[in-house]
Each structure stands twice: as C-alpha cells, then as structure tokens.
Ligand binder design. Structure first.
Ligand SMILES: [Zn+2]
Ligand SMILES: [Zn+2]
Length: 231
C-alpha cells in the first residue's frame, strides 16, 4: 500500500478521541467532481489539505479532517485521522468502522489504481484485526454518499476483493457489469457486453498484426530491390 502519512501534510497527531473500529470500512465520496484523475498527484495533496481546512473551519468545526483515510486516483492512500481514532464521517459508525473517501464526485469513475488502493487499505486494516465489511455512507445515514457508481461497487463486492496487480482488475468490476453502448459505423447503436467489446478489439488487433507483417514483408522486398539498384 502506498500510504502517505499525515506528517507529510504538515499535520501533528490527530486530536480526535481514541477508538478501536473493528467492523470494517465505509466508502465515501466528495459530492462534487474534482477531476483529480486528470491532474498530477500534487493536486490530491492540495485537495486533502483543503478538505481538512474545511472540516476544522467554521463550517464544520471538527477537531480534525473527518475521514480516517483518502484513496486518490493515482493509487495512494492518504492518511486522515488514521488508525485508532473516532471519525466525523459516518455518525452511528464513527467508532465501529474506519472511513475512506475516494475524493471525487458523482460524474467520476474510480480508477483501477484507486479501487486497488481501497482493497490494499482494507487488507492492511484486516491484518490489524479489523473486520472485512465494506459499506457505503448511505448504509448509515440518508445521503447520496458515496454516489450511485461507488455504491454499486460496494454492493457487488468489488472493494471487498483481495488487492491485485492493476492489470488483473476485471473489466466487469469497473464497468459495473453494464452493457456498453457503441456506435459501430452504419450499424445502429447496440447494447454490447464488455467481454464482447474486448473480444472484438483483440480480433481487430490480430488483423492489424497480420497486415503489419504483410507490409513489413513488402517493405523488405522493396529495400532489397533498392539495395540491388544502388549497388
Ligand atoms: Zn460520506
Ligand atoms: Zn493522487
């Protein structure tokens, strides 16, 4: 797990009260799109610092940033209150669950690195004796959080899987087992499964390889002739 400690944000130890959350992890989001996936990681650090500033400011007046952790689109886990602290993230679950926000809004898909960061965080917590449950904020309180996309990933068990190599994440996990709409040339728009789209792309790739081989063969022949002519 690529954990960035709170000391790296210039924060001292959290003033939040001691707790020993033992049941699992709660997923949160921001509520508004942040576009962090398209920005360098330094933007995530800025976002994290701004979030704490907002949480301890006049609007919230909390003792610290509300969350235990954040998981950014680049695959880093940013420490918030960290281990063994009560949170302000999900009232009724603030001392029994840890919390993690994915730092984005309803219009944003989590990146594969981000999903894996949540899995790594969960595995890391389980190593410390925390239970395996993964829940969404809305399981505790009537709220949009963590948004429909992330909540779908909570419900279908995506976050509850073991951490994987980034490439091993099943495309179906990311695309929510949804049908993908594609406009294929003159065909009318049709519903296509991710597996069918992948199959088609692989077939197309094979065709391109054959074509490239043919072209390379012809190029070799031309170069041979050129070589003979200029000799
Ligand atoms: Zn939330
Ligand atoms: Zn980042």
């Amino acid at each position: 797990m690529k954990l960035v400690k709170r000391s790296e944000f210039g924060w001292g130890s959290s003033g939040a009260s001691y707790a020993k959350p033992a049941r699992g992890l709660v997923i949160h989001y921001d509520g508004s799109d942040q576009g962090l996936a398209g920005k360098p990681h330094s933007a995530c650090v800025t976002y994290w610092k701004n979030t704490r500033r907002f949480h301890v400011g006049s609007a919230r007046q909390w003792v610290d940033i509300g969350y235990s952790f954040g998981a950014c689109p680049h695959g880093y886990v940013l420490e918030g209150r960290g281990l063994n602290r009560a949170q302000a993230a999900q009232p009724t679950g603030n001392t029994t669950f840890y919390s993690v926000t994915l730092m984005g809004g309803p219009g944003e898909e989590p990146t594969l690195e981000q999903i894996n960061a949540v899995r790594e965080l969960r595995a890391w917590l389980m190593d410390k004796g925390v239970g395996p449950l993964v829940k969404g904020h809305r399981d505790f309180f009537p709220t949009s959080c963590p948004g429909d996309r992330l909540y779908q990933l909570v419900k279908d068990g995506t976050f509850g899987k073991a951490p994987t190599e980034e490439d091993d994440v099943d495309v179906n996990d990311v695309w929510h087992k949804a049908q993908i709409k594609m406009n294929k040339g003159e065909e009318t728009e049709s519903e296509r499964s991710p597996a069918a789209v992948l199959q088609e792309l692989e077939t197309e790739q094979d065709r391109m390889k054959v074509r490239l081989d043919n072209l390379n063969g012809k190029l070799d022949a031309i170069l041979d002739k050129l070589d003979a002519l200029t000799r």
